[in-house]
Design a protein around this ligand. Structure first.
Ligand SMILES: NC(=O)c1ccc[n+]([C@@H]2O[C@H](COP(=O)([O-])OP(=O)(O)OC[C@H]3O[C@@H](n4cnc5c(N)ncnc54)[C@H](O)[C@@H]3O)[C@@H](O)[C@H]2O)c1
Length: 428
C-alpha cells in the first residue's frame, strides 16, 4: 500500500463532489462520473446540487473527468454512486455493481477500494469484492483491499459538512483502516471512528437512517391521532419537548434518497436472513401513508367550508424533498399532487429551489415562475418550508387565496400567525 495516496472518487453527486473537493486540499484527487453533462457543468464551475460554490470549485485542484483511463495509476478508489430501490422497494445495486466493474478493470496490486454508498451489511465484501476480483483477476485481501466509510452529510446542511463531522471507517485489515483514518482524518481534523470491521460500518450507517425513519413514523402516527382529537401535534411536541430526554422529531413526508430508502436495504437484508423486520417496515408504511392522510385531510377541510366546490384550484408551495435544497429525488409532494388531482383539484406548483427542467422531465410538472396570479386559489398548501415561504407576509399569503378558501400548512411553518378570519387554516 502506498504511503502517498492518490485518490479517485467515483460518482460526483451530493456525496462524491464535496468529498472530492475537500480531499483535493490534501491529496491528488481525480473525480469521475459517468454522466458527461455533470462533469462538463462542474468543469464550468457550476454544481447544480448547490453543495459546492463556484469559487470553491474553480479554485480546487480536483481533476474532473468522465474518461475511465484517467483512473489508472491512482491507488485509492472511493465509490460514491447511488443506491436506490426498485419499484418493489428492493435494493437496486446496479450502480454499485457497475462502478465495481469499472474499478475492477483498472485496479492494480496494492490498491484500496472504499465504498461510501449506503448499503446493507455484506454488500462490500460479499458482492463488491468478488466483482472486483472478477474484473481485475486479482485476489481480494491479498492483491487489493476493501474499505467502507459511510457518508453522513445531509443535502443543504451547512453545519454538518464532510470536513466537520466524525467519519466512521473500516478496512479489510488494520493497515487499510489506518490508511483510511489518515486519509479522511486529514480532511476533518482527525475526527475518525474506526469500526470493528466492514460489516459493522455498513450496519452503523443503515441503522442511523432507519432509526430516523422509525422516529418520524411515530410522530406521524401521533399527528394523525391528534388530528382526530382536534389538538395540534406541534403544540403537543412543544410541550413534551421540555422534558430532558424527549426526542425532537417533526411530522411530515419522508422523501429523498436516504431516510425513505435505506430502511428497505436493512429490511431486505433481514428478510434474506429469515427475519421479518416488523418495526422497520411498519415505520416505512406509516411514513409512506402520510401523503394520503395529508391530502385527504386538506380536501375534507376545504369541502367542509365549501361543500359545493367540485374542481378546486390549488397552489402547492414547494416540490423538493426538503427545505432549501434543489433535490427532487423521491419527493413525496408528487404523491400529494396526484391524490389531490384524483379528488378533482386543479393543481399548480411553485418552487423557487427546484430546477424547472428537472420538474418537467421527471414529473411532467410545469413549475410556476412566480407567485403572481390573476385569479386567487381555493386552496394553497405550504408543502416545503423553504426560507422564502417562511418569510411570506400574511398579506402575500392571503392575496393568493379566495375568501372562504383554505390555507393548508403541512409543516406548521405559519402556525403561530393569525390569518384573516375569512380564511380557513389547516395544519397537522
Ligand atoms: N445525498 C445525501 O445526502 C447522502 C447522505 C449520506 C449518504 N448518501 C449515500 O451516498 C450515495 C450517493 O448518493 P448521492 O446523493 O451522492 O447520489 P447522487 O445521485 O447525487 O450522485 C451519484 C452520482 O454517481 C454517478 N454515477 C452513477 N453510476 C455511476 C458509475 N457506475 N460510475 C460513475 N459514476 C456513477 C451519477 O451520475 C451521479 O452523478 C448513496 O448510496 C446514498 O445513499 C447520500
Amino acid at each position: 500500500m502506498s504511503e502517498n495516496p492518490s485518490i479517485t472518487i467515483i460518482g460526483l453527486g451530493y456525496v462524491g463532489l464535496p468529498l472530492a473537493v475537500h480531499l483535493a486540499k490534501y491529496f491528488k484527487v481525480t473525480g469521475f462520473d459517468i454522466n458527461g453533462d455533470r462533469v462538463t457543468e462542474l468543469l464550468n464551475g457550476y454544481d447544480k446540487t448547490g453543495e459546492i460554490s463556484s469559487p470553491e470549485l474553480r479554485n480546487s485542484t480536483l481533476h474532473l473527468t468522465s474518461n475511465v483511463d484517467d483512473l489508472i495509476g491512482h491507488n485509492v478508489h472511493i465509490i460514491t454512486v447511488p443506491t436506490p430501490v426498485d419499484k418493489n422497494n428492493t435494493p437496486d445495486l446496479t450502480p454499485v455493481r457497475k462502478a465495481s466493474e469499472t474499478i475492477g478493470k483498472i485496479i492494480q496490486p496494492g490498491n484500496i477500494v472504499v465504498y461510501e454508498s449506503t448499503v446493507y451489511p455484506g454488500v462490500t465484501e460479499d458482492i463488491c469484492g468478488p466483482l472486483l476480483e472478477k474484473y481485475s483477476k486479482l485476489k481480494c485481501g491479498k492483491d487489493f483491499f476493501l474499505g467502507y466509510s459511510p457518508e453522513r452529510i445531509n443535502p443543504g446542511d451547512r453545519e454538518h459538512t464532510v470536513d466537520a463531522i466524525t467519519k466512521v471507517v473500516a478496512g479489510q485489515n488494520l493497515a487499510v483502516s489506518e490508511m483510511l483514518a489518515n486519509i479522511y482524518g486529514a480532511m476533518n481534523g482527525g475526527k475518525i471512528f474506526v469500526a470493528k470491521n466492514i460489516k459493522t460500518a455498513e450496519a452503523a450507517k443503515v441503522i442511523e437512517n432507519a432509526q430516523r425513519d422509525i422516529n418520524i413514523a411515530f410522530v406521524n402516527e401521533i399527528a394523525i391521532i391528534f388530528q382526530k382529537l382536534g389538538i395540534s401535534v406541534y403544540d403537543v411536541l412543544e410541550a413534551a419537548g421540555t422534558k430532558w430526554n424527549f426526542l425532537n422529531f417533526q411530522p411530515g413526508l419522508v422523501g429523498g434518497h436516504c431516510i425513505g430508502v435505506d430502511p428497505y436495504y436493512l429490511a431486505h437484508c433481514a428478510t434474506s436472513f429469515g427475519h421479518d423486520p416488523k418495526v422497520i417496515l411498519s415505520g416505512r408504511s406509516t411514513n409512506e401513508s402520510m401523503s394520503n392522510a395529508v391530502s385527504t385531510a386538506i380536501h375534507q377541510t376545504l369541502k367542509a367550508k365549501n361543500p359545493d366546490i367540485s374542481k378546486p384550484r390549488t397552489l402547492i408551495l414547494g416540490l423538493t424533498f426538503k427545505e432549501d435544497v434543489p433535490d427532487l429525488r423521491n419527493t413525496k409532494v408528487t404523491d400529494i399532487i396526484s391524490e389531490l388531482e384524483s379528488l378533482g383539484h386543479i393543481v399548480d406548483v411553485h418552487d423557487p429551489m427546484a430546477d424547472p427542467e428537472e420538474a418537467e422531465e421527471f414529473f411532467q410538472i410545469n413549475l410556476k415562475h412566480s407567485l403572481e396570479t390573476d385569479e386567487a386559489y381555493d386552496c394553497i398548501i405550504g408543502a416545503v418550508p423553504h426560507e422564502g415561504y417562511l418569510n411570506l407576509t400574511n398579506i402575500s399569503i392571503e392575496q393568493l387565496v379566495k375568501p372562504s378558501g383554505l390555507i393548508a400548512d403541512m409543516k406548521g411553518m405559519w402556525r403561530k400567525r393569525e390569518f384573516d378570519e375569512r380564511y380557513s387554516y389547516w395544519c397537522l
